[in-house]
Ligand binder design. Structure first.
Ligand SMILES: CC(C)(COP(=O)(O)OP(=O)(O)OC[C@H]1O[C@@H](n2cnc3c(N)ncnc32)[C@H](O)[C@@H]1OP(=O)(O)O)[C@@H](O)C(=O)NCCC(=O)NCCS
Length: 166
């Protein structure tokens, strides 16, 4: 089930971050708590067998949505959880609440790039030495509402499975 992120989910999110990202890319406990609260409308956890298997933090900034962080615990990957989580952000686009969704990704992150490209994201900007270890990044953007809707057609149908109140 997907439900809104709460402060009590943060230790589980941190654990997934530790298993998923380089140490310099891991957010602090305080920042995650702030983001879960401040961006609560579009930040979700995916709960499986009573544990947090993945999460997404998306902040809504005017006419745009920014996916700040998304990760799935290694043992739960390749089961469609990342796609379902990403679709909580693309729902904003598909329903016309924002005109674009953007995010940043390391150039070496093939699984994430694959997911984003299949959702219809395109490279908006090359970010030279964007990451603290010097790796380059891409800023990706999705502006095509129809593509977002098509990619998430099943997930949008399952909106009843998304708890919109924490
Ligand atoms: C990126 C990530 C969130 C994807 O989560 P996931 O639950 O494994 O993704 P899904 O099972 O929903 O996969 C959806 C699609 O993404 C693509 N994809 C996911 N993992 C992939 C991989 N290892 N190689 C190639 N494509 C991959 C595929 O197109 C896949 O569809 P398919 O399984 O039908 O081929 C996950 O790999 C992850 O947590 N990575 C570490 C954290 C991270 O890099 N986050 C992104 C930061 S920008």
């Amino acid at each position: 089930m997907i439900r809104r992120c709460t402060a009590s989910d943060v230790p589980y999110i941190l654990e997934i971050e530790r298993k998923s990202f380089k140490p310099e890319d891991i957010y602090s406990d305080e920042l995650l708590k702030f983001l879960c609260a401040y961006c609560n409308d579009y930040s979700y956890v995916y709960v499986l067998n009573g544990t947090v298997a993945g999460y997404i933090i998306t902040c809504h900034e005017g006419n745009a949505a920014h996916v700040i962080s998304i990760a799935v615990a290694p043992e739960y990957r390749r089961r469609g959880i990342g796609k379902r989580l990403l679709c909580t952000a693309l729902r904003l686009m598909a329903t016309g609440k924002v005109s674009e969704v953007f995010l940043e990704v390391r150039v070496s992150n093939a699984p994430a790039l694959h997911l984003y490209k299949s959702a219809g994201f395109e490279v908006a900007e090359f970010l030279k030495s964007y990451y603290s270890d010097g790796e380059d990044g891409y800023r990706l953007v999705l502006r095509d509402r129809e593509k977002a809707r098509k990619f998430c057609v099943r997930e949008l149908e399952m909106q009843g499975g998304i708890q919109t109140r924490a």
